[in-house]
Design a protein around this ligand. Sequence first.
Ligand code: PHE
Length: 357
Amino acid sequence: MSKIDSVKKNIEAGKKLVKDIESLEKIRLQFLGKKGQITDLMKGLGELNPEERKSHAEELNNIKNDLNNFISLKSETFDDEELSKQLSSEKLDLTLVSQITEGRIHPITQVIDEVIAIFADLDFCIAEGPEVETDYNNFTALNTSENHPARQMHDTFYVNSKTDEMPNVLRTHTSPVQIRSMLKGKPPFRLIAPGKTFRCDNDQTHTPMFHQVEGLVIDKNSNMGHLKGCLETFLREFFETSSPKMRFRPSHFPFTEPSAEVDIGYKKDGNQIIIGEGDSWLEILGCGMVHPNVLKNVNIDPNEYQGYAFGVGIERLAMLKYGISDLRTFYDNDLRWLKHFGFVPLDIPSISGGLSR
Ligand code: PHE
């Protein structure tokens, strides 16, 4: 048997012994390593006469290529096997609630989820808008002209815009989502828009970033009575009391006429806050009938359509419901606070299952 034939035989025998990455590497070294059997024969080619050299070289190259193919195929299979072994041994069952012992849902997230659950049950859908807004959507389209005093009242954060025109703003309220939603669709509308809002204000009762949920209902006959009924239902569900004490105060917003602010009654009993009783009032929302000019700005005929809007402060709701007395603690990122006031994940609020449990 020629040397080449006996190497071929050795290779076939060697292949049969390959069962893992290590034995594969062994056969590679045995034939293709520095002192491997194929390498040896290659080195010996120089001693042959030109004709033999050519045919032997060709044959050796074929053997070498075959072996290389075998090695790369096998190593892919072994890699796959290794990976699936690893994946199955490191499997984590995320549906096992008991594994989640540390994380907590922030009260703001919880309250937003509760508000969504209530309004979803009242047939509202959810709308969204960006936190960086155009000056037009945040003010002008909402019937707030350029020198309107409400622009100062809002302590706006301005953001550079790409064009030289009006600067963009960090939205000072969620009301611009009214504009975006009405421009995108056709009436009737029945939506809420929860999200972050920003005003340049920082003291015991104000943080520069806070949350609101906007509400908008536009159809042919919704009136102030419907608005009152809607908000009463919401507050009753949210505070889980049969008839929370509330009052409507006449107010002014450029984008609603008439406008009102709603306060909710509460009293303090030691460290406890009792909602819906007592003589203390906390303002929690602004509301009113959508101004005809706003409807005109989004191409809706105010002679045909009308409706109401409201904007609720989420932090205020959370403070009252969960007895959190200092607004600033919401954003201190103190884990002890979060452990105390936070909620267990997967305890998702629902009307039927209970909102806050
Ligand atoms: N956008 C108002 C605010 O932030 C609240 C509001 C919303 C009032 C909708 C009326 C209607 O104060």
